[in-house]
Write a protein that binds this ligand. Structure first.
Ligand code: FNR
Length: 388
């Protein structure tokens, strides 16, 4: 960082501070890959602005000397009702990025979710962290490959699978197109990533003898892959647009552990997930990277929570940036929330310690917000604490 790029603060505190630092560190195309949303980015804007427009009802003179934010999610102890969302290629944002994130998450006491498209293998992530990660799965055309991933994930110690249902087609992210990074120009994208991986100053994981450990969770399938462009072709060919609820029935039969269905915005889809045997759902628009003009996750959460009526746990994500946002989500019916971009920004900016610091302040924000709302227990967070 040169003199002219000196940050306006000595220590980052908020998600936007880490975003600012990540922007200084990452090459433009990688920063945009994380930051961007689909099409005109209308949903991207709403994911945050809908949180911001919710107003909390301050309550004073209550005894709030015993605020407790610890809970369980899917039976796992959590220091606060938060989990790190799966982010593809996150290992590229810092050396062994997913390992650093998983270590930070276990230090703070929240689950980390490793993406199918993660750079670091599930075995390495679980070995490094003191609690097993959750594993996110996309349905691949090659169902034998899916079965082999499931058995590998189970063997590595994961008991919670996050199955993502909102990626019938990868969204059109125009920032990626502008940076030659879209799935239609995969060759350009990957060769640029490859070139950057060769730079000695780059923080990206360049692996053994300069060969990237790319996509650890697909490594068995990709064993003959020599560079990124092979991977891009493979990934584009493996996303399966023909997936239906029947495949989910099949998946439920194959996976005996906890199953979370991620990417639900519609009441009927939420109920169907429950009928199929999901243990939880994530109300999510994929961080606004899929259907543009879909509603923000926070705006549909109350109706879904009402329809599900406590049958399964409900997580939500999209636009959660701080502890105040999390409290709003809990008030509107979520059992917990996930964050995507914020954890990537923190890891890209300051590695494992950056994420520990960000999550620790996030937890404090939850505690302080609850105290100023006059409540000690998460169960006391109810809609009467919001101005309607
Ligand atoms: C994602 N997300 C995602 N989801 C998933 O199920 N599998 C994946 O591989 C990815 N990859 C991915 C990459 C990037 C760069 C981003 C930003 C997001 C979606 C992610 O899990 C989560 O739903 C959103 O990021 C939540 O929104 P916020 O917190 O980023 O606003």
């Amino acid at each position: 960082m040169n003199l002219f790029m000196k940050p306006l603060f000595s220590e980052p505190a908020t998600a936007s501070d880490y975003r600012y630092l990540a922007k200084q560190k990452l090459p433009r195309f990688l920063f945009d890959y994380i930051d961007g949303g689909a099409n005109a980015e209308l949903t991207l804007e709403r994911n945050c602005s809908d949180f911001n427009s919710l107003q909390l009802r301050q309550k004073v003179m209550r005894d709030v000397s015993h605020v407790d934010v610890a809970t369980t999610l899917l039976g796992h102890d959590c220091a606060l009702p938060l989990a790190l969302a799966p982010v593809g290629m996150s290992g590229m944002m810092r050396q062994r990025g997913e390992v650093q994130a998983a270590k930070a998450a276990s230090q703070v006491g929240v689950p980390f979710t490793l993406s199918t498209m993660g750079v670091c293998p599930v075995e390495e992530v679980n070995q490094a962290a003191s609690r097993p990660c959750w594993f996110q799965l996309y349905m691949l055309k090659d169902r034998d490959a899916v079965l082999s991933i499931l058995s590998r994930v189970k063997k590595a110690g994961c008991d919670t699978l996050v199955f993502t249902v909102d990626l019938a087609m990868p969204g059109l992210r125009h920032r990626d197109t502008r940076n030659s990074l879209s799935s239609t120009t995969a060759r350009g994208k990957m060769s640029r990533a490859w070139q950057i991986a060769q730079r000695p100053s780059w923080v990206m994981d360049v692996g053994v003898k300069g060969k990237p450990h790319i996509l650890g969770n697909l490594s068995e399938i990709l064993q003959n892959t020599s560079d990124f462009s092979d991977y891009a072709k493979f990934a584009a060919a493996q996303f399966d647009p023909s997936v239906t609820w029947d495949d989910l029935v099949w998946l439920r039969q194959q996976w005996s552990g906890k199953l979370i269905i991620k990417g639900v915005l519609d009441i009927d889809d939420a109920k169907r997930s429950v009928d199929i045997g999901a243990d939880a759902i994530v109300v999510s628009n994929h961080g606004a990277r899929q259907l543009d003009s879909a509603p923000s996750s926070i705006s549909v959460l109350p109706s879904i929570a009402k329809a599900i009526n406590g049958d399964v746990e409900i997580l939500m994500d999209g636009g959660v940036r701080n502890g105040v946002d999390l409290v709003k989500a809990l008030i509107l019916g979520a059992n917990g929330a996930m964050i995507g971009r914020p954890w990537i920004w923190a890891v890209a900016a300051k590695g494992e310690q950056g994420l520990v610091d960000y999550l620790s302040l996030f937890k404090q924000e939850v505690q302080y917000t609850m105290a100023l709302l006059g409540v000690n227990q998460l169960a006391e967070l109810s809609p009467d604490l919001l101005y309607q």
